[in-house]
Write a protein that binds this ligand. Structure first.
Ligand SMILES: NC(=O)c1ccc[n+]([C@@H]2O[C@H](COP(=O)([O-])OP(=O)(O)OC[C@H]3O[C@@H](n4cnc5c(N)ncnc54)[C@H](OP(=O)(O)O)[C@@H]3O)[C@@H](O)[C@H]2O)c1
Length: 346
């Protein structure tokens, strides 16, 4: 079976490096083009990327020459993964889709566009039906699909089985977000060592609006009240959330754990290569999940939930954790692409 040729835009960044690592040994996709900023163009990948994932870049890409981030660099490419800064993505992603490229983006540039599906394959694969309308209304030969913000992921995945079984009335969420969420070099060391910063620009709004968009029907967000409060903490990878939920139907803690444990959505039933099974691991220890111990569950693609307990204000509360640059970014986008292929959209 011929592999699908892919390009990674922003390949030298923190998310780009995760794409390179996962895609260098993928059954469906083959890396053909790597792009980055002017700083990197013309250099070999191993010289341009400040490699942060341990060891060295995979052999098959280390001598590839980094290309300019423009249409002309993408000869022979079918699928484009975009991990550019949003302000760059906003210009190039629609041009690519217009020209016929299939684009899966990790950036926030078009997530809230009503014609752009924001896909978590376990939660809203049906939103891919928006692609047809997108192509018609925007007159694009290709298409653009996004995934959610990295912090939305550990919220939405455990909320989905709760929504399906008990209904959701309101959600309060407090995040503890890792440094890699800010890209490289990110937050200055003297600002974050021995510190917690109780603000990340735009993040609370994203958690609130993205969650409703994903949990709703295609083109019709859910519209439940969600109140988010975010923090940057001195961990390297892994976003942890404290989640407080009011359910429509009353449910006890054991019922909540059961529906999360038994959640077996489409990608897992299809057996997609990057789909973690089970996608939610529910732990019983009183002090788990912990960022360092649990972020690599299922190679960073799963969600670890723990401390599920009764809430004295709402119905139930729990802690949820995922790896932000794997499930929250590159791995999550690759799973979207695997789903697109399985649905014959690639
Ligand atoms: N980090 C996360 O956990 C995370 C999670 C979800 C989504 N995202 C999103 O993913 C995107 C990338 O994030 P990141 O953390 O990987 O950031 P990063 O480490 O700062 O990497 C940015 C990448 O974009 C390239 N770039 C910068 N300016 C450019 C320009 N003008 N033209 C072309 N390429 C340019 C950089 O190339 P050079 O190396 O040449 O400068 C680098 O490859 C962002 O939109 C971010 O919001 C990040």
């Amino acid at each position: 079976m011929r592999k699908i040729n892919v390009a990674i835009l922003g390949a030298t960044g923190l998310v780009g490096q995760r794409f390179v690592k996962i895609l260098s040994n993928h059954p469906f996709f083959e890396i053909k083009v790597l792009t980055a900023s002017e700083r990197s163009v013309g250099k070999k990948y191993k010289e341009a990327a400040h490699w942060l994932l341990g060891g060295s870049p995979p052999e098959q890409v280390s001598d590839m020459v980094v290309q300019e981030t423009r249409l002309e660099s993408l000869k022979d490419v079918d699928l484009v993964f975009s991990s550019l800064p949003s302000e760059v993505a906003v210009e190039i992603e629609p041009k690519l889709a217009e020209e016929g490229f299939k684009v899966v983006s990790t950036t926030s540039a078009f997530r809230m566009d009503p014609l752009v599906p924001m896909i978590i394959p376990e939660v809203n694969p049906d939103h891919l039906s928006l692609i047809e309308k997108q192509q018609e209304e925007k007159r694009w030969k290709g298409f653009l699909v996004t995934k959610s913000n990295c912090t939305t992921m550990p919220l939405v995945i455990p909320l989905k089985p709760l929504l399906d079984s008990f209904g959701l009335k309101k959600v309060v969420v407090v995040s503890l977000q890792a440094l890699s969420g800010a890209g490289y070099p990110g937050v200055q060391s003297l600002d974050i060592i021995d510190n917690v910063i109780p603000f990340i620009k735009g993040e609370e709004e994203k958690l609130q609006t993205e969650t409703n968009k994903i949990l709703g029907e295609p083109g019709k967000p859910l519209n439940i009240p969600i109140s988010a409060s975010v923090n940057r903490v001195p961990t390297i990878d892994g976003h942890m959330l404290h989640v407080f939920v009011e359910l429509e139907k009353d449910a006890d803690v054991e019922e909540v754990k059961k529906v999360m444990r038994e959640f077996k959505p489409l990608p897992q039933r299809m057996g997609l290569p990057s789909a973690p099974d089970p996608v939610i691991q529910v732990r019983e220890e009183e002090d788990r999940p912990q960022t360092r111990l649990d972020r690599d569950y299922k190679d960073g693609m799963g969600v670890v939930v723990g401390r599920v307990r009764k809430c004295s204000v709402l119905t139930v509360k729990f802690v949820s954790l995922t790896h932000n640059t794997v499930r929250g970014a590159a791995g999550g986008s690759i799973l979207v692409a695997e789903l697109l292929r399985e649905m014959r959209l690639l």
